[in-house]
Design a protein around this ligand. Structure first.
Ligand SMILES: NC(=O)c1ccc[n+]([C@@H]2O[C@H](COP(=O)([O-])OP(=O)(O)OC[C@H]3O[C@@H](n4cnc5c(N)ncnc54)[C@H](O)[C@@H]3O)[C@@H](O)[C@H]2O)c1
Length: 249
């Protein structure tokens, strides 16, 4: 049921952090991987690592907010792999700032990448998956789509992630008749370069998390394999939170 060997996966933002760990997990499970990144230096290193595992891997330079470059990346992936089974929309950014001080530029930056970028990538995936009549899309949302974090202020980020959760549900309903499943994963605090920028808040975040620690990106791997595989064949439109108990309080 969990066997995904030979499947073709595309992962956005897989140059580092959660995307990198999950791309490697999919490769370890036997998938060939296409990476969509703006940081080609990091992407090339991950491609190398995946090829050393004996899988096919490619990186396409594309900004998830730019439809033209995304189109080339998805079409390039289809050309290389012949199909697309798994699309993991992970690329995202976070800025800590109060709502009253947020400029339109910063608001657009966060919403364009986190919400519009996921929308565009889902659209591109659907162009391949709907004709295939099969595919699984996994969007990385956040527990911030459900709760408002403290002590840092990040209203635009939280709103963008709530948008990803609702987008996921909407697309799941639209595309269920075509055999395309869409689910989201909402992590709590995970130790990556993104959260390291708020490193001084680690003690606060740890004390707010019932398990008393941040998570590791590797702790999301099991769920990704589940959602990517036929083990989750009746699951679509779901948002699964992995947060060490944060939102349970
Ligand atoms: N780290 C956490 O605690 C946490 C918690 C919940 C959700 N998330 C979400 O998980 C995802 C990954 O987070 P992370 O902590 O690994 O972040 P990260 O900053 O370490 O990595 C993000 C990656 O996305 C790439 N990227 C950024 N903008 C892009 C764009 N416009 N087009 C293509 N690629 C782009 C970056 O180059 C980078 O490689 C994000 O969506 C984030 O919001 C993270």
């Amino acid at each position: 049921m969990f066997d995904i060997s030979g499947r073709k996966a595309l992962v956005t933002g897989a140059g580092r952090g959660i995307g990198k760990v999950l791309a490697l997990a999919l490769a370890e499970a036997g998938c060939d991987i296409s990476i969509v990144e703006i940081d080609m230096k990091n992407a090339a290193a991950v491609v190398e690592e995946i090829r050393e595992m004996g899988r096919k891997a490619f990186a396409f330079e594309a900004d998830v907010t730019k439809k033209d470059s995304l189109r080339k990346a998805f079409e390039g992936t289809q050309k290389e792999f012949g199909r697309l089974d798994i699309c993991l929309n992970n690329a995202g950014v976070c800025i800590h700032q109060s709502a009253e001080d947020t400029s339109e530029k910063d608001l657009n930056h966060v919403v364009d990448i986190n919400l519009k970028g996921v929308f565009f990538c889902c659209q591109e995936a659907s162009r391949i998956m709907i004709p295939q009549k099969k595919g699984t899309i996994i969007n990385i949302a956040s527990m911030s789509g459900t709760i408002a974090n403290v002590p840092q202020k990040q209203a635009h980020y939280n709103a963008s992630k709530a948008g990803v959760i609702m987008l996921t549900k909407s697309l799941a309903v639209e595309w269920a008749p075509y055999g395309v499943r869409v689910n989201s994963i909402s992590p709590g605090y995970i130790r990556t370069e993104m959260t390291l920028m708020g490193g001084q808040m680690f003690p606060a975040w740890e004390s707010l998390t019932p398990m008393g620690r941040l998570g590791e990106a590797s702790e999301l791997r099991g769920l990704v394999i589940y959602l990517a595989s036929d083990a989750s064949s009746f699951m679509t439109g779901s948002d699964i939170i992995i947060d060490g108990g944060y939102t349970a309080r």
